[in-house]
Design a protein around this ligand. Structure first.
Ligand code: BG6
Length: 470
């Protein structure tokens, strides 16, 4: 293998969780509810969000497992309603102490913390006071919380992510935004996105002002798009959807620039945000230090004639392969299945080459180092005689890590790779039934017993050989 095709010596091999999906303890030690806590608690108890994987009480054991696997990095999120649960600027000492204890554990094992500032858990009090992210006052409230995070943890956390997947929130719905139903979500989403961008830029600038040693960047969910054929209109269709779900957000967050044709497209159904001149100045003067990317799947697009009937995307909610309905947007694109690829039970295409496409598309456009903060596959799993032989996950991770290494050979500056997820946790859309972890969590047991899966040991070996012997 050529030297330049290898992962760097200080490559950040890691694994990820987010607060509301893993911590549980939603009303403990001064924490108040977030909108994510509400929207994922259903009556069947499927999501069990109140306890979830109970990371809040198991963090010592979990970080020990992380260390024994050999992890170099841990990507988690700080929970706004745990740190600043009520009045703006007022700190919750107990919540802050929890994260200090967690950071102490990471330090003990030499694991680098990578912290997301916002992963969907807006305090209900902010939602009620201002109507949530569609109102600029929420940006001010966010900044008050971010200042606390920087003052409390800034010396201890070298990598911050601002907002997790503003693009996926925009594209796929109101979860995490407390906007139930398609209409309110469509109407408000341009305003929400604009405020996310302002919040991102202000957090970047505050980080640079207060913490010269720390690095900060956005976290996008990226879905590369192939054209179904070499028909030129299929290529236009692929560009349309790729710009609408990928580049629109990157140009805004990284360059402070609205792609006007995409803005016009969305403005057909969404109210326009008030874009003040000072907003654009702010957005273009907040240089990110790196780009975090979450990758799961790719899409295929073909041209959709204007005479066609529109079709809403209908995700596969039940985990039954082949039940998703692809969207049709006449005059723009239509998505369809990729006949070259297998799919997961939830109809997500398994496409290792797609992660390489993504890394090249993003790195060679923005020339910023990239950190993979999420990549993984969900499975329906049960222990078999006490163990979980998750061969499907091993194959998925192996092929994606190989593709990342190939992207390094293509010249991409890759800082690290974090598996989603370290532990089984609550899926955003499917609660406890959709398991992503390297470590199994027994939701049936009160003590939430942990069982490392086969992929846990396998990934440990990948880390040991620095991903170069796959
Ligand atoms: C990303 C999110 O969109 O994908 C995670 O950052 C999420 O929070 C992950 O869990 C997988 O999506 P889902 O819906 O399968 O949980």
């Amino acid at each position: 293998m050529r030297e330049k095709d290898r992962f760097s010596e200080n490559f950040l091999w890691g694994a990820s969780i987010s607060a509301y999906q893993a911590e549980g303890a939603i009303l403990e030690d001064g924490k108040t509810l977030s909108i994510a806590d509400l929207s994922t608690r259903d009556e069947s108890g499927m999501c069990q969000n109140a306890v979830s994987s109970d990371f809040y009480h198991h963090y010592r054991e979990d970080i020990r497992l992380l260390a024994e696997m050999g992890a170099k990095a841990f990507r988690f999120s700080l929970a706004w309603p745990r740190i600043m649960p009520g009045q703006e600027g007022v700190r919750n000492r107990e919540g802050i102490a929890f994260y200090h204890r967690m950071l102490d554990e990471l330090k003990r094992y030499g694991i680098t913390p990578v912290a997301t500032l916002f992963h969907y858990d807006l305090p209900v009090s902010v939602q009620e006071a201002y109507g949530g992210w569609k109102d600029r006052r929420t940006v001010d409230a966010f900044m008050s919380y971010v200042r606390i995070c920087f003052e409390e943890f800034g010396e201890r956390i070298p990598y911050f992510l601002t907002i997790n997947e503003p693009d996926i929130l925009f594209m796929y719905g109101g979860h995490g935004l407390d906007l139930h139903g398609r209409e309110p979500w469509r109407r408000e989403r341009l305003k929400i996105n604009h405020n996310f961008a302002l919040a991102h830029a202000r957090a970047v600038n505050l980080c640079h002002e207060l913490l010269p040693g720390a690095k900060i960047g956005p976290a996008f969910g990226y879905v590369p798009v192939y054209a179904k054929s070499c028909r030129p209109l299929d290529r236009i269709a692929a560009m349309n959807i790729s710009e609408q779900q990928n580049q629109f957000f990157q140009e805004l967050f990284l360059n402070g620039r609205y792609m006007s044709h995409v803005l016009d497209f969305y403005a057909q159904e969404s109210e326009m945000p008030e874009i003040e001149e000072s907003d654009l100045e702010l957005l273009s003067s907040a240089p990110s230090d790196f780009i975090a990317l979450n990758y799961y799947k790719s899409d295929v697009a073909k041209w959709c004639e204007t005479s066609e009937e529109p079709q809403e995307m209908q995700g596969n909610a039940g985990g039954r392969k082949g039940t998703c309905v692809y969207p049709k947007v006449p005059g723009f694109y239509e998505l369809c299945a990729n006949s070259y690829l297998e799919r997961t039970n939830w109809d997500w295409e398994i496409d290792p080459a797609g992660i390489r496409v993504m890394l090249r598309e993003v790195y060679h456009r923005y020339h910023l180092p990239v950190l993979i903060t999420e990549n993984g596959v969900a499975c329906l799993e049960q222990p078999e005689e006490g163990s979980i032989p998750d061969e499907e996950r091993i194959a998925y991770l192996r092929d994606h890590i190989r593709a990342c290494r190939e992207a390094v050979g293509d010249g991409v500056e890759l800082l690290g790779y974090c598996v989603w997820s370290f532990l089984d946790l609550m899926s955003t859309g499917h609660g406890a039934s959709k398991r992503y972890g390297l470590v199994y969590v027994d939701y049936g047991s009160k003590e939430r017993k942990r069982i490392p899966k086969k992929s846990y040991a396998w990934y440990g070996n990948v880390i040991k050989c620095n991903g170069n012997e796959l």
